[in-house]
Design a protein around this ligand. Structure first.
Ligand SMILES: Cc1cc2nc3c(=O)[nH]c(=O)nc-3n(C[C@H](O)[C@H](O)[C@H](O)COP(=O)(O)OP(=O)(O)OC[C@H]3O[C@@H](n4cnc5c(N)ncnc54)[C@H](O)[C@@H]3O)c2cc1C
Length: 464
């Protein structure tokens, strides 16, 4: 009897199929141990993906889809019984339409590659995140990625106009819409955005572009209280209006943790309780700088900002962003747990204080680092309990998510659920919502072959 690897090889060709023992790749960006799987598929076209899925579907073969493997919730980590389907060879930028301000791209295109190609044409693809050099547009769509420009341009969902998806049984659903407006029936692409590969495999996309900004002004500022953080945010939103593109918060212990002798150079004193990295990008070189400086000056005069640094070169600007985006200096000792929650901004400071108190009560030498996209109501925590005991991650989750429920927050602002947060999905979704999610999964993937056990528990979404 022909086994699944032989069937896939016969259909896709030898260069598209690497069998289990020959696979040479890490589990993920976060876990460099070698992955184990039945086979690794590297299709080149939507038709190849369709052929592969039809064979897997007929054989009840579970499949995990991989883009850049940078997700933070173990959703693309392969299980030994799964076939990996990687989009890495569906990576062509098919066209950039300057008049319509759209780009048509293969799902395996690396985000930074698309950003750079657009900039060369005088256009901006504004989705941007720290993993830009490795993550793919397909992965961004599948996770509804957020990142640093959400307050101005929205999440991945707001930037996607069209999509081609292959369903579990191999059906190709092509909806490569290029228009801003299209109300012809249900907008099916929305189902797949943020579904973490559980409903279909995205192979091609049409994305929305903006004009390339002519100016960019950045500042790192220090503040003494959370009220001042909110005041600065309100003023920046009001006075910088459409140019404000990023407003990133770092609590003092994060800033201190990633700077200093073993980290980044600290451009400001390391003792302040809050730091904000803000950026404005505009189209008017005559007025944008003045507007930006006026906001900083008036907040300085009002005592809201206590210290600030403005980069004098592109290298200095990049170095400031590195403090926010490159958290390697605090990752050296494991385990350290990453959280990605959202909640109303007004509730943030009390919530963070209550989490810190609960963590320190349970584990007195616990390290707790807070940063995030505060203007979107989104905070990230890195928590290192500094103890070893069973179920440590779950105990930490209980503290973070237990206190979050009272604030009406979400267990995932942008990273998704993956396998890591399945137990907590019910904190942020009602039973009725969960039932509809399971129904959709059964409808689109009745044999439960796609990303089984991600987002929804296996029992909820299985028929096969
Ligand atoms: C340093 C760093 C910074 C980050 N910052 C942010 C941030 O600011 N905001 C943010 O939202 N995320 C952030 N992330 C998380 C991560 O980069 C995003 O989730 C990203 O969108 C994942 O893209 P990927 O190509 O790596 O997808 P993968 O990790 O490969 O996959 C993610 C999920 O999507 C599925 N998938 C991948 N490709 C497809 C496809 N073509 N069709 C269907 N399903 C698919 C996978 O099966 C998996 O479930 C960060 C990660 C790192 C390492």
């Amino acid at each position: 009897m022909t086994n699944i690897v032989e069937k896939l090889t016969a259909a896709l060709g030898e260069d598209a199929v690497i069998s289990g023992t020959e696979i040479d790749r890490a589990t993920s960006y976060w876990d460099q141990t070698p992955t184990q799987a039945v086979a690794l598929l590297r299709p080149k076209t939507t038709t190849d993906v369709s052929t592969a899925l039809r064979i897997c579907y007929d054989n009840h073969q579970p499949v995990v889809t991989q883009g850049g493997m940078t997700n933070c919730v173990q959703s693309a980590d392969a299980q030994p019984e799964e076939v990996i389907l990687s989009l890495e060879r569906i990576n062509t930028i098919e066209s950039i339409d300057k008049a319509g301000a759209t780009a048509t791209v293969g799902a395996g295109t690396v985000l930074q590659t698309l950003q750079e190609a657009c900039l060369q044409q005088g256009l901006l693809f504004p989705l941007d995140l720290g993993a830009r050099g490795s993550c793919t547009i397909g992965g961004n769509a599948a996770t509804n990625a957020g990142g640093i420009n959400v307050l101005r341009f929205g999440m991945a969902r707001h930037l996607i106009l069209g999509m081609e998806v292959v369903l579990a049984d191999g059906t190709v659903l092509s909806s490569m819409n290029q228009m801003l407006k299209n109300n012809a029936g249900y907008d099916l692409k929305q189902l797949f955005i943020g579904s973490e590969g559980t409903l279909g495999i995205i192979t091609r996309l049409v994305v929305k572009l903006s004009p390339k900004p002519k100016t960019c002004y950045t500042a790192l500022v220090a503040l003494n209280s959370f009220d001042h953080v909110i005041t600065l945010l309100q003023q920046a939103r009001r006075d910088l209006t459409d140019t404000l593109s990023a407003f990133e918060v770092m609590w003092g212990h994060y800033f201190k943790g990633v700077t200093g002798a073993t980290g980044h150079r600290a451009p400001l004193a390391r003792e302040h309780p809050y730091y904000i990295l803000l950026q404005a990008e505009g189209g008017d070189p005559d007025t944008d700088e003045d507007r930006f400086n006026r906001v900083l000056e008036s907040c300085f005069e009002a005592g809201c900002i206590v210290d600030a640094v403005i980069p004098k070169s592109e290298a200095e600007r990049v170095a400031l962003w590195d403090i926010r985006e490159n958290f390697e200096p605090i990752l050296h000792i494991k385990p350290i747990f990453l959280y990605d929650i959202s909640l109303p901004i007004v509730a943030m400071n009390d919530y963070v204080d209550s989490v810190e108190t609960a963590l320190k009560t349970q584990w007195p030498s616990c390290e707790f680092y807070v940063l995030g996209h505060i203007a979107d109501g989104n905070l990230h925590f890195f928590i290192r309990p500094n103890v070893s005991c069973e179920d440590l991650h779950f105990s930490c989750d209980e503290i973070v998510y237990g206190l979050l429920k009272d604030c009406g927050g979400s267990v995932s602002a942008e990273h998704g659920i993956g396998t890591e947060k399945i137990a907590w999905l019910g904190h942020s979704r009602t039973q009725e919502e969960l039932k509809i999610m399971a129904l959709l999964k059964r409808t689109l993937d009745s044999r439960n072959i796609l990303n089984r056990g991600r987002v929804l528990p296996v029992d909820d979404n299985t028929n096969g």
